[in-house]
Design a binder for this molecule. Structure first.
Ligand code: HAM
Length: 416
C-alpha cells in the first residue's frame, strides 16, 4: 500500500502548522481592521460556475480542474474562490442594505498542475473580495491591504506589477491591438497559441513557452487602448499607491490568466520564489457579475498563496516549546501530577503529563526533547511532604513548592 500523500499535496506537520496559524492570525487581524468579514464557501462547486467565470479558454478550465460527477451534477474542486464568493454574494443577496461588502477567506484550492517548487495541486489561499464599488480609491485600498499583510508577515523585497485592462470596450480594443501586433508573428507562435489567437487572444500572453515569450518580448505595448475615463481612473490609482510608497512596476503585458478581469490588475512577485514567483495576485472583476447574473457591480480582490508566503518568509518551522511538564514516580505521584496539571490548565498554563513507566532520567530527557521550560517532579518523598520539586530546565535550578501553590509559582515565573 502506498503511504504517501497524493502528488502535489503536502501534509502540514506539527512543527509547521504553528507558522500557518501565525500567518492566518496576522491576516485575520489586519483584515478585521479594514472591516473585512470572513466567508466560508464549499470546497466544491458546479463546473458551470467556473466555466462561466474564469473562461473556457483559460488554462485552469481547460486542463487544471479536478472534475467529478455525482448523479446528474458535474462538480469541481474549487480552483480559486472568487467565482464561489460571487456565487454566494448573489445567492444570499449580500449586497442588500450594504453598498460595499468586504469579504475574506482562507482555505484550500485545487489545480491539477505539474507540481514543482511553489506549485501544488492542493494549495491554500488567503484572499479578499470587496464587492459593490467601482471607485478607484477602493483599488488603492486593496493594494494597501495587500502591502499591509506582507508587512505583518515580515515580508519585504517584493514588487507589485500593475496594469490596467480598462473597461469592456477597452478590453475589446486591447484584443484588437494584440491581434494587429501579433498577427505578423502568428505562424511562429506555439500551436496552442495559434488556436488561442482567434478564440481568446489574451491567453497568448499567459503562455510560458519560450518561442511565445520571445515574440511577446519583441512587441511594443502601450496603454493606447484605454478610454479617457479608464485612463483617469488608472492615474488616480497609481498616484494613490505612490502616496502610500508602495513599490510598483507597470507591466503592460500583465493580463492575468482569468477572463473575469477588467480595469486594474496586479501580481506581487518575490525573488525567493524561483520560477513560480507570484506570492499573490488580483484585480478588478466588474464584468463577472454581468457574466453570472447580468448585474452591474464593481468588485475587486486578491489572493495570496500561503505556501508561497512561507517561501518568501524563508521560515517554515517553529521551535516547539512547552511551559510545564509533570513527571511522577509511583501511583500516588501520578494522581497528584494529574491534579497539578489540572491546576495549571485552569490557569491556562500549557502543560503536559508524562505517562511513561520509565526512569526519572529518561523522563527528563523526554522533557528536553519537548522543549520544556519547567518540570514538576512528584515522587513518594514529595507526596509525604505535600511539596513538588519544580525544576527550571534552562539552568537546572530547582525549588520545592507546596502542591496548591505550584500554579501560582509557575504563573509568576513564566510571566517573567
Ligand atoms: P491566482 O493568481 O490564480 O489568482 O492565484 C493567487 C495566488 O495563489 C498566486 O499568486 C499564487 O501565490 C497562489 N497559487 C496559484 N496557483 C498555485 C499553485 N498551483 N500552487 C501554489 N500556489 C498557487 C486567483 O486565484 C484569483 N482568484 C485572485 C483574485 C481574488 N482575484 C480577484 N480576487
Amino acid at each position: 500500500m502506498n503511504l504517501q500523500a497524493p502528488r502535489g499535496t503536502k501534509d502540514i506537520l506539527p512543527g509547521e502548522s504553528c507558522i500557518w496559524q501565525e500567518i492566518e492570525a496576522n491576516a485575520r487581524c489586519v483584515l478585521s481592521i479594514y472591516n473585512y468579514s470572513e466567508i466560508r464557501t464549499p470546497v466544491f462547486e458546479s463546473l458551470t460556475l467556473f466555466k462561466r467565470s474564469l473562461g473556457e479558454e483559460t488554462d485552469i478550465v481547460q486542463k487544471q480542474m479536478f472534475v467529478f460527477s455525482q448523479g446528474d451534477d458535474q462538480l469541481v474542486l474549487r480552483p480559486e474562490a472568487t467565482a464561489s464568493i460571487a456565487r454566494a454574494y448573489l445567492e444570499h443577496n449580500l449586497g442588500h442594505g450594504v453598498k460595499l461588502r468586504k469579504l475574506f477567506y482562507v482555505g484550500p484550492m485545487f489545480r491539477a498542475e505539474r507540481p514543482q517548487k511553489g506549485r501544488l495541486r492542493q494549495f491554500h489561499h488567503i484572499g479578499v473580495e470587496a464587492i459593490g464599488s467601482t471607485e478607484p480609491y477602493l483599488d488603492v485600498e486593496i493594494l494597501e491591504v495587500a502591502q499591509h499583510l506582507l508587512k505583518e508577515w515580515g515580508i519585504s523585497g517584493h514588487t507589485f506589477l500593475i496594469n490596467s485592462l480598462g473597461c469592456e470596450k477597452d478590453k475589446a480594443a486591447l484584443a484588437g491591438m494584440l491581434h494587429e501586433r501579433l498577427s505578423p508573428h502568428k505562424k511562429n507562435l506555439c500551436l496552442t497559441c495559434q488556436e488561442r489567437f482567434s478564440r481568446n487572444i489574451f491567453r497568448v500572453l499567459d503562455c510560458k513557452k519560450e518561442e511565445c515569450k520571445k515574440i511577446r518580448g519583441s512587441i511594443k505595448f502601450s496603454h493606447d487602448y484605454l478610454c479617457g475615463s479608464c485612463r483617469v481612473s488608472f492615474d488616480k490609482i497609481l498616484k494613490g499607491i505612490e502616496a502610500l510608497k508602495i513599490p510598483y512596476r507597470l507591466e503592460f503585458q500583465l493580463v492575468r490568466g482569468l477572463d473575469y478581469y477588467s480595469g486594474m490588475v496586479f501580481e506581487i512577485t518575490h525573488p525567493n520564489l524561483g520560477s513560480q514567483d507570484a506570492v499573490g495576485a488580483g484585480g478588478r472583476y466588474d464584468l463577472l457579475f454581468k457574466q453570472l447574473a447580468n448585474k452591474e457591480l464593481g468588485a475587486i480582490g486578491f489572493a495570496f498563496g500561503i505556501e508561497r508566503i512561507i517561501l518568501a518568509k524563508q521560515v517554515s518551522t517553529c521551535a516547539q516549546t512547552l511551559p510545564a511538564y509533570c513527571i511522577s514516580i509511583g501511583e500516588a505521584g501520578m494522581n497528584q501530577s494529574r491534579l497539578i496539571a489540572r491546576q495549571l490548565r485552569d490557569k491556562a498554563i500549557r502543560c503536559d503529563v508524562d505517562f511513561s513507566d520509565s526512569s526519572l532520567k529518561s523522563k527528563l530527557n523526554e522533557a528536553n526533547r519537548l522543549g520544556v521550560e519547567y518540570v514538576i517532579i512528584i515522587g513518594d518523598t514529595e507526596i509525604a511532604q505535600q511539596r513538588a520539586v519544580v525544576r527550571s530546565m534552562k539552568d537546572s535550578k530547582q525549588e520545592e513548592v507546596i502542591f496548591v501553590q505550584v500554579s501560582d509559582y509557575l504563573a509568576q515565573r513564566l510571566k517573567g
